[in-house]
Design a protein around this ligand. Structure first.
Ligand SMILES: Nc1ncnc2c1ncn2[C@@H]1O[C@H](COP(=O)(O)OP(=O)(O)OP(=O)(O)O)[C@@H](O)[C@H]1O
Ligand SMILES: [Mg+2]
Length: 267
């Protein structure tokens, strides 16, 4: 049965506890306040969009949630347990995969190697165990399979170095990697900013598939139609604070922009 958006809202806003939660995060850079006491809740089965003007603190917020930054104050909870991520690897090991705004792919490696970066598969037995030889063929076959599963069709040759791909295709590799390995949460910071229409749509479909497969997604985007298409709830950042959390049913795009820019305040 296909769930309707309103069913999902019931799940999200209702009885279940957040998968990932931030409480009153503060992050300063010298005199610059990146986050000024921000809370966020990501519920099971939802896509939570994070929107806000440039410099509103969106990237800082997700960096704190995913170990790329350590907040000065506040708490982060995963499945209700307090966590202290010191580096992105800590969050990855806990099941949170992130595609950062500044792309973390290795340009000289091929697509398959990028998919398995930091998680390389070794050959079986002596060759892998003792000589540490990589199972390149196995990784390529698996990478091809993953990309097909994810519906990323423009990227069938996984032996091409990533530096030869277009910006959008690189982004697709990073998104595919997050989708393939994010077991609890996937976080995407502007995943469609560099993409063409077709690839953007593929990423949006991928986000919906992740959610429907049980992995909640945090999506940072400036693209209002995309946000209103895919998000169950929308966290609005303004000047380092959470201005409001709305839904595509409770508010229009115009409302969202008004809250984002401070033209409307929400109590
Ligand atoms: N490493 C840093 N050093 C100093 N200031 C920083 C650093 N990172 C972020 N900031 C500042 O913190 C504030 C929030 O930045 P952040 O990158 O989180 O904004 P954003 O909402 O992601 O913006 P954008 O939409 O442009 O990506 C900005 O004023 C920014 O200049
Ligand atoms: Mg940003």
């Amino acid at each position: 049965m296909t769930r309707t958006p309103s069913d999902r809202t019931t799940v999200a806003a209702g009885t279940s506890a957040p998968v990932l939660e931030a409480r009153n995060l503060v992050k300063t850079y010298g005199n610059v306040v990146g986050l000024d006491g921000v809370s966020l809740e990501l519920y099971p089965g939802e896509v939570l969009a994070v929107i806000g003007d440039n410099g509103a603190g969106k990237t800082t917020l997700i960096k704190c949630l995913t170990g790329a930054e350590v907040p000065d104050e506040g708490a982060i909870l995963l499945d209700g347990q307090r966590v202290h991520f010191r580096r992105p690897q800590d969050a990855r090991e806990a099941g949170i995969e992130t595609v950062y705004q500044s792309l973390a792919v290795a340009p000289s490696l091929d697509v398959a190697s990028n998919l398995y970066l930091g998680r390389e598969r070794r050959k079986r037995g002596f060759l892998g165990g003792v000589l540490r030889m990589l199972d390149t063929r196995g990784m390529r076959e698996q990478a091809k399979h993953e990309l097909q599963e994810l519906g990323i069709s423009t990227l069938q040759d996984v032996t091409v170095p990533v530096e030869n791909l277009s910006g959008g295709q690189r982004q697709a590799v990073a998104v595919a990697r997050a989708a393939a390995f994010g077991s609890k949460v996937v976080v995407l910071d502007e995943p469609t900013a560099a993409l063409g229409v077709r690839e953007s749509n593929q990423v949006l479909e991928l986000i919906k598939r992740l959610r429907d497969g049980g992995v909640p997604v945090i999506l940072i985007s400036h693209n209002m139609p995309q946000v209103f298409d895919v998000a169950d709830r929308i966290h609005i950042q303004r000047l380092g604070k959470r201005a409001a959390t709305i839904t595509p049913r409770s508010h229009s795009m115009t409302d969202a922009v008004a809250i984002m820019t401070g033209a409307t305040t929400v109590s």
